[in-house]
Ligand binder design. Structure first.
Ligand code: SF4
Length: 216
């Protein structure tokens, strides 16, 4: 895992994730980028930013209809409106609207609470924990699965928790490292490890794949 990281970092350099000026923006970005590209999520965030609505209290004052209009560019906007509103309700009820209070909770209980919100799955909860909360929680996404699968590092049918343990058991619990590693896996997935035709000869992990094949 460390060698893969070193190769990716040497090739791509720092990725400066997560794009977002505040913890709240990062959380909204994690909720809005589900099942869509970051570009679409960013358009919805831009709608909120232009209207100076990027705070829990201001957003909480909008009706569902008002919010859904602003979130429309992110796709699945009705569902995302419900998700964002349920997060805002939870934040208000549990933490009096304070992100400081939210992130004062221990990681396991906070993760459980985030996962109990409608529309929040493990990848989204862990993105919030890692990128907004600086917790040492590795985020598993489709690109990560693809790379691990193609390199024979994990069974194709491995579940989210199994893949997460694979990283967390091999690496020190360092949020900055997990942040960068996840971003680098996304970079390699987007640039080389395409679903249909992976460009292994040009990929920085091509050597690793060759070595694995050579070892049989
Ligand atoms: S493109 Fe090839 S070498 Fe690169 S990560 Fe995907 S399978 Fe591995």
């Amino acid at each position: 895992m460390r060698r893969y990281y070193r190769r990716l970092w040497a090739h791509f350099g720092p990725q400066h994730w997560w794009p977002g000026d505040t913890r709240f923006e990062v959380i909204l970005g994690a909720l809005l980028t589900q099942n869509t590209s970051w570009r679409n999520a960013e358009m919805a965030l831009g709608n909120l930013r232009r209207r100076r609505l990027l705070s829990p209290r201001k957003l909480g004052c909008l009706s569902a209809v008002q919010l859904s209009r602003l979130l429309r560019p992110s796709g699945y906007y009705r569902q995302k409106t419900r998700t964002v509103r349920s997060f805002l309700r939870y934040l208000e009820k549990r933490c009096a609207g304070s992100l400081n209070r939210l992130f004062r909770q221990p990681t396991p209980s906070l993760r459980t609470e985030l996962l109990s919100l409608p529309g929040v799955g493990p990848e989204t909860a862990d993105s919030i924990l890692l990128y907004a909360g600086q917790r040492p929680v590795f985020v598993i996404d489709g690109y990560t699965r693809r790379v691990l699968d193609r390199h024979g590092l994990a069974p194709a049918a491995a579940g989210y928790a199994e893949l997460q343990h694979l990283f967390q058991n091999s690496l020190p619990p360092d949020p900055a490292l997990y942040n960068e590693y996840h971003a680098l896996l996304v970079a390699v997935g987007k640039t080389y490890c395409h679903r249909q035709q992976p460009n292994c000869p040009a990929c920085p992990l091509g050597v690793e794949l060759e070595n694995r094949h050579a070892r049989g």
